[in-house]
Structures are given as C-alpha cells and as structure tokens.
Design a protein around this ligand. Structure first.
Ligand code: FES
Length: 134
C-alpha cells in the first residue's frame, strides 16, 4: 500500500522533450508543437544568452506567427523578439510587448513552462489554452 501511495505522490505532469540544451546556441530559436488543452499549438524555444524561454508562436496584435524568417524570432541585436507582420517587439525574457501596434503593447506572449533535466529541455503544457483572439 505504501508503494502505491508513493507512486501517486510522485505522479508528475506530462512533459515533452524539445531538444538538448547544447543543441541551441545563444540567440538561436527552435519551433516545436505542443498540445495544450487538447489543441496542438506551434510554440518556440529561445536561448537568451544561456537562459531558455518558450512561448506560443502567436502575436498579441493579430493571432499570427511571429517568425521574422521561418524559425527566426530575434531582432538583429537580439534585444527583442519581433513579429514579422507589423513589427511588434517583445522582451525575450518576459514576452512583454514593448513596441508596435497599440493593441499588442503591454500584453505578453503566452509562456510555456520549461524544465531542464540532464541536459534536456522539456516543455510542460499549461493547463489552460492561450487566448486565440486579439
Ligand atoms: S500581427 Fe504581429 S504585429 Fe501585427
């Protein structure tokens, strides 16, 4: 009985391996698919000078992917993530929109929690779905 109790106590939320941390250099990004609340969402992982962050790939202005060029999210100076459609700029660490169309400014990209273990990066699907509208 104690074993069953311990197993239940150790039950973990599902996680999905994205890649090894060594595979993504500073300033690089990688897209991945993640099922959130039953719906497959395109997301992206970034390496911000050794810190990893992940977000749903959806602008807060109009619900379109951000990619400047496919799988490129950073501006040239790496200070921001940029939406290719109308130029909204997001802070890479927080996902906060700090410049661009007024409807997006002050809003954040939908964050995907990460877990890094044994050199591998895992995404943990949030319990609730990101907003789909504007
Ligand atoms: S859709 Fe991203 S800035 Fe307009």
């Amino acid at each position: 009985m104690a074993g069953a109790s311990n197993k239940a106590g150790r039950r973990r939320r599902a996680r999905f391996r994205i890649c090894a941390s060594a595979e993504l250099g500073a300033g690089e990004s990688r897209k991945f698919l993640l099922t959130i609340a039953g719906i497959e969402e395109e997301c992206f992982l970034i390496n911000l000078d050794g810190e990893f962050h992940a977000f749903v790939n959806r602008c807060r202005h109009v619900p379109l992917p951000l990619d400047w060029v496919d799988n490129q999210f950073f501006t040239a100076d790496r200070r921001y993530l940029m939406c290719q459609t109308h130029g909204a700029l997001y802070l890479p660490a927080s996902g906060l929109c700090v410049s661009g169309p007024g409807e997006a400014c002050g809003k954040k990209l939908f964050r995907i929690p990460l877990e890094i273990a044994d050199g591998q990066i895992y995404a943990q699907p949030p319990a609730s779905a990101p907003e789909r509208g504007i």
